[in-house]
Design a protein around this ligand. Structure first.
Ligand SMILES: [Ca+2]
Length: 540
């Protein structure tokens, strides 16, 4: 991929994680030349449903009251700020509601859009990114497809983590809980209630769609509020939140401890070397490592070789890069968390900048350290020693596990209620290590009666070569909402999810994403850019 496009992908990924800009707002920007505003077939990014609208479930449904009259609906601890027909769309009712939790004076802002005609009988909740719980624009795509739709700011504006502190610099636990889990639940309850009030009938099915923080929010709903959704689409889920933000500081800690910041072009060269070494393990030379678990490339051969403009790899560089792939460990070598899989861009989290070169800790994670862990807005990530790193690890796991962790594998209530969840994650995710999702899914399988029984209601689809919520060399899910609806409403469990990759010329590659742990195996003949040339297999 051209460097310009790689940069664009990375930029858009960061925007998703930092601001919670949702899929339809991106309209194809950052995916290598899809014209803004063109229909996006939803590869990745937790974007809105694409393709033809789903069939209407309640064809005779008509509003039984006016949009404006929704302002009079009484909902517990909730004020309807406005209820009005969209000035630009007479077929859309927009409601803004605010929910509080007495005696706290918090305000969870909720945006709801309900079609006044052609309602498809469903509700769709939409997730956010980074510390942003969601945004008002996220409802537009689903509403255009006939869904009643909701989104929420989860109690604070913007993408900064500073909401965690009150005016006195102390932890604001109400706003933390609002962001961690309460806000999405309130939005869901309010959105469904308003829909029912307008139509006199409840939505037949409810769905949640999100990527990154949105993916975490979806699994949080399954864990804490199993009655909220029948179907959950969870992309690149930011579960293990309290762990991966500490993992994000692993690079700077390793580099500072060794007094060896590694230049960006060396990190890029190491990723390229790993891809070159492991690309054809899957039998297809396409710049994509189908199964990074099979790739054990060690950077030792890089020592002394040139990384271009930033000179030759030193032995110190090699040691650092090895540790980035390996992941956080205690000083005694004990496992703490996963690194990044080989093939994921190491520069997103662990780049260095300036003269002299200095590690540049990842911004969102610095908010986690500053506001949640230390209550010190001036906290410097580059000052953390290996011993201090272990203490932060333990603090984050213990203090925030039950609040933000979102890694409870007991989904009994969600399963028993008939819930279905599709989880997907890009193997080349440069921000949230895909191994954390594999770890959680494996624990769900163990908890829920084994792979077969768990697979009756939750399935994981790994997307080789795909970056955070989309982008990268690999094909991303084309329209996974379709598969979710078919599973929930028709009982058709997905064995694979169709994925596509596109550039300026259109769709350039299609590939099945296989239900984990299966992988897409090349049949040995036919175009390697065509999904029909692959079959889901237990091994490559
Ligand atoms: Ca390959």
């Amino acid at each position: 991929m051209a460097r310009r496009n790689r940069t664009l992908f990375l930029l858009m990924s960061l925007i998703v994680l930092t601001t919670g800009v949702s899929g339809q707002d991106q309209g194809g920007r950052g995916r290598g030349g899809v014209p803004p505003g063109a229909p996006v077939a939803g590869p990745g990014r937790g974007g809105p449903p694409a393709g033809p609208p789903p069939r209407a479930l309640i064809p005779s449904a008509r509003p039984v009251r006016t949009c404006e009259s929704l302002a009079e609906i009484a909902l517990a601890n909730t004020t309807i700020e406005s209820a009005a027909v969209d000035a630009n769309n007479p077929a859309l009712c927009r409601v803004i509601a605010n929910t509080t939790h007495p005696p706290a004076g918090d305000k969870v802002r909720i945006w709801v859009a309900i079609p006044l005609s052609n309602w498809n009988g469903r509700f769709m909740g939409n997730g956010g990114g980074g510390f942003s719980g969601g945004n008002a624009g996220a409802v537009n795509g689903p509403a255009a497809q006939g869904y009643a739709a909701g989104a929420t700011d989860t109690g604070h504006e913007g993408g900064s983590g500073s909401f965690a502190l009150d005016a006195n610099g102390r932890l604001n636990w109400q706003l933390i809980r609002d962001n961690a889990y309460l806000g999405i639940h309130e939005m869901t309850v309010t959105g469904k209630a308003l829909t029912q009030a307008l139509y006199g009938v409840a939505p037949r099915y409810s769905y949640f769609n999100g990527c990154s923080t949105g993916g975490r929010q979806g699994l949080m709903e399954a864990q804490r509020y199993p009655q909220d959704y029948h179907g959950i689409l969870s992309g690149a889920p930011a579960i293990n939140w309290n762990r991966f933000h500490i993992q994000h500081l692993w690079g700077p800690v390793v580099m500072n401890a060794a007094d060896n910041p590694v230049a960006p072009c060396k990190l890029a060269a190491a990723t390229a070397a790993a891809i070159a070494a492991c690309d054809t393990i899957d039998g297809v030379k396409d710049g994509v490592i189908e199964d990074p678990k099979r790739c054990t490339y060690d950077p030792k051969p890089l020592g002394g070789t040139s990384a271009g403009e930033c000179g030759a790899f030193t032995e110190g560089d090699v040691t650092v890069i090895r540790k980035l792939w390996e992941g956080p460990r205690r000083q005694d070598g004990t496992f703490l968390w996963y690194g990044l899989p080989r093939g994921a861009d190491l520069n997103a989290l662990w780049t260095s900048r300036g003269t002299p070169l200095r590690p540049a800790p990842f911004g969102i994670s610095m908010d986690w350290f500053r506001y949640f862990l230390t209550q010190d807005p001036k906290f410097d990530g580059n000052a953390v020693t290996p011993a201090g790193y272990e203490r932060f690890w333990d603090q984050s796991v213990e203090q925030y596990g039950i609040v933000f962790g979102t890694d409870n594998p007991d989904l009994t209530a969600f399963r028993d209620r008939g819930g279905k969840a599709i989880v997907w994650h890009g193997w080349a995710d440069q921000l949230i290590t895909a191994e954390g999702t594999v770890d959680y899914y494996t624990r769900v399988q163990q908890q829920m009666g084994g792979a077969t029984r768990a697979g009756e209601f939750i399935r994981l689809f790994m997307a080789p070569g795909v970056a955070h919520c989309g982008g990268g060399a690999g094909p991303a899910p084309a329209n996974p909402i379709d598969a979710l609806l078919a599973w929930v409403e028709e009982g058709k469990a997905p064995d694979m999810i169709p994925a596509i990759r596109r550039d300026q010329t259109g769709i350039t590659r299609s590939r099945p994403l296989c239900a984990y742990p299966l992988v897409a195996k090349y049949r040995g003949s036919g175009s390697t850019d065509q999904a029909s040339s692959f079959t889901c297999s237990a091994g490559l």
